[in-house]
Design a protein around this ligand. Structure first.
Ligand code: G4P
Length: 290
């Protein structure tokens, strides 16, 4: 499947990002815990050089806990601070505050040596579309957060949200662009719903999801839809076998065309919605070592 998905506005987003990054001490980067590689931007490490770095593995509630633990360790080994997160839950924000303090210890120490006391750490949230940036900012800053207004040196329109006496957050997130050149990345992002469905062939995408689920989470499809287990090797040898599975799902779910034949498009919509919302279980599509 060839996913065509380069949105033109990314060039502008990149320019804005480069400007905003200059203003902050800490970059809070959101990734989707189901695809921690594919939802990362390849250029962010260069852009964020010299800044404290925190990775929030968001949508952890939908990801495979064992793989999330491996990813967390993998990022930490590379020097990032990491928090696994469900950005919708305010109960999780205390931990984020705590880790921000850790991540900015060095900066505070530097300030102290220069005689600068009590200067708040400035942070910005970045991530590719749909990873949960706005959700996070809303939950983290809360309704009570006071905007501190425009300040000299701040890109026009940007405002700082004062989270407490130690931290200020840029109110608009930096939008990063995914790895457009990599088809595998495109398919994984499409699977989790990060790419507009209008540019996708959902039935084909389901072929990928079915093959992945049968290989890595055997029994999940059978458990949800009551279909026959599939021979993984037969499916690997013949991609069409995935459509047999989709046909079974259509039959089970009463997705039928006018002539009584299985409606694969309807079944695909059911399957992909179940997959994205976690009804097939907590699934992660990639492992750190790969
Ligand atoms: P963005 O600013 O990075 O583009 O993302 P945004 O906050 O708009 O979040 C995208 C969707 O992801 C939202 O769903 C939001 O509720 C959901 N979301 C954010 N964080 C989490 C999380 O930790 N866990 C889960 N399960 N969902 C999360 P939405 O508005 O309903 O959009 P959609 O789901 O209909 O696409």
């Amino acid at each position: 499947m060839n996913v065509q998905w380069y949105p033109g506005h990314m060039t502008k987003a990149k320019r804005n990002m480069q400007e905003d990054v200059k203003l902050v001490d800490l970059i809070i980067e959101l990734v989707d815990a189901r695809v921690p590689f594919s939802s990362r931007n390849p250029d962010i490490d260069k852009l964020g050089q010299g800044k404290a770095r925190l990775i929030l593995m968001n949508k952890t509630d939908l990801a495979d806990p064992a793989l999330s633990a491996r990813w967390k360790a993998w990022f930490e080994a590379k020097g990032y601070f990491v928090v696994q997160l469900d950005a919708r839950a305010s109960a999780n924000m205390k931990q984020v505050h705590h880790v921000i303090e850790e991540a900015c210890k060095e900066k505070r120490e530097r300030d102290r040596r220069r005689g600068i006391l009590n200067r708040p750490v400035r942070a910005m949230v970045v991530g590719i579309p749909n990873v949960g940036k706005s959700t996070f900012i809303n939950t983290f800053a809360g309704r009570a957060a006071a905007k501190t207004g425009n300040k000299p040196g701040v890109t026009k329109g940007n405002q700082w949200i004062r989270l407490n006496k130690n931290v200020e957050l840029l109110d608009t997130p930096g939008i990063l662009w995914p790895r457009f050149e990599d088809q595998q990345v495109g398919i994984r992002l499409a699977s989790i719903g990060s790419i507009n469905d209008n540019i996708l062939n959902l039935t084909e995408l389901c072929g990928y999801v079915i093959r992945f689920m049968e290989k890595h989470y055997a029994g999940a499809l059978a458990g949800r839809y009551g279909i026959e287990p599939v021979d993984v090797e037969r499916m690997a040898a013949d991609p069409a076998v995935a459509y047999e599975v989709l046909g079974q799902i259509a039959a089970r779910r009463g997705c039928m065309g006018k002539g009584g034949e299985p409606d694969l498009d309807k079944a695909a919509a059911v399957l992909i919605d179940d997959f994205r919302s976690g009804r097939l279980g907590r699934v992660t599509l990639e492992a750190p070592e790969a």
